[in-house]
Design a protein. Sequence first.
Length: 358
Amino acid sequence: MLIFRQLFDPESSTYTYLLGDSGSAEAVLVDPVFEQVRRDAALIKELGLTLRYTVDTHVHADHVTAAWLMRERLGSRIAVGRHSGAEGADELVAHGQRIPFGRRFLAVRETPGHTAGCITCVLDDERLAFTGDCLLVRGCGRTDFQSGSAGAMYRAVHQQIFTLPDDCVLYPAHDYRGITATSVAEEKAFNPRLGGNLSEEDFVGYMNNLGLPHPKKIDVAVPANLLCGRPAGPHSGAEEPDWGPLVFSFAGFWEIDPRWVEEHLRDVHVLDVREPEEYAGPLGHIEGARLIPLGQLAGQAGALPRDKPIVTVCRAGGRSAQATVILQRAGFQRVANLAGGMLRWRTQGLAVVGGADH
């Protein structure tokens, strides 16, 4: 079975795609974003997958790729188009090459035009394709920088994308309106730049007169992406908290194991965000835990000490996860959620104050 997830970066309106083979638990990540590396790595871990490749469909001009960071963290290989000009990739892939993940693969089709090194990645059964910035939903990428060519794009779309089955679902690297996908048949019929009976001359004339400003991040993104996202200096995207064995969840917050917390109660502040009757109820509470119900936390956060990390706890971990967000907004850097809450704490037989036999 194919595992498929479409992920989104709101800052750059970039779509990232995770594909996995459930039989082998191997995966590939298409167009990862530097700032989203923790999110994507957490999802990969939670799904029990091994990331074999990151693939960039081209050298992006509006965000920095997470390819290098993913290789550092997860040991994945970096694949980019052979004409991309990028240095540091493990594989410079060419037309017809396969990027394998378990028993599945992505087939590479070279689709230059937006940049000289653009590729489209087609799933082995041709039911899905990832078009990068070549073909967008009812549009296409610009062709006025990075060795772009309107004529090359027209030919690439018609020869390499529009020749796929009509029901092949196309997933672009970007959409600024929130549209997630399209199909070959739709774009052949309705794309106002490339569909219908529009000729190459019509398309070239249209693209050469767009007059668009350069992307805001181009001066940062392009040099970084030509190094596959490897930072020139310190990089916050790779920084990890070092005060405990924390795990970053796909939901976007840090979690910590209950047994470690019990063994290090003197090294942390435990913040219980349940209601008073729960704190004194059957589950009991952790020794030394400070009670501030979640609804009161925002108003009282300023009074909390900052000399030690804070571990938030509730019944099952949901409210305490929200508490970590509140504390981070209040300027607390060392915060983690107690994984599983008091339910897991009691299930593991850890010590409590009060409570009923469990």
